[in-house]
Design a protein around this ligand. Structure first.
Ligand SMILES: [Ca+2]
Length: 156
């Protein structure tokens, strides 16, 4: 890896994200009316409760809102590592992604002003390269049955 000559890069705290937790492929149907859930994974460095949901964008799109205007987000430990994660929903059709794109960037700031950045990748055919996907997959059944019943993990 190259040493970052671009100082701007260092202003971001890298965060792990998981698009569609429980789905090892992360495939997004860009024409779907449904929301895409992205998990911003909390850690000892970053508490999910410190992230300002209003600041978060994914693929250039802000967090989806409910009918009353409130943002669609919720805290949950989706990968069951003991750190609360922040789940944020985005409207699939609003995402600034082309059908050929294979990765998407999430950005945001904490309430204290620290900028965060995370990248997740469409993992079709490349699941061996992405340990985070395997974590989500291994945890998929527990997620589906106990935490967020609407998710349909495709783990095999
Ligand atoms: Ca967690």
């Amino acid at each position: 890896m190259r040493v970052a000559a671009n100082e701007a890069f260092t202003l971001f705290l890298p965060v792990n994200i998981d698009v569609k937790p429980g789905d090892p492929n992360n495939t997004i149907n860009l024409k779907s009316k449904a929301d895409v859930t992205v998990a911003i994974l909390g850690s000892a460095v970053l508490g999910a409760a410190n992230i300002d949901p209003a600041s978060v964008t994914f693929a250039g799109t802000s967090v989806a809102t409910r009918g009353n205007g409130s943002l669609r987000f919720s805290p949950s430990d989706v990968n069951r590592d003991g750190f609360i994660d922040l789940l944020v929903d985005f409207r699939a059709r609003d995402l600034q992604l082309a059908a050929t794109d294979t990765q998407a960037v999430l950005k945001g700031t904490t309430f204290a002003g620290q900028r965060i950045r995370g990248v997740d990748t469409d993992k079709r055919g490349r699941s061996d390269s992405w340990p985070m996907a395997r974590v989500a997959c291994l945890q998929g059944r527990a997620i589906a049955s106990r935490t967020v019943p609407k998710w349909q993990p495709e783990c095999r």
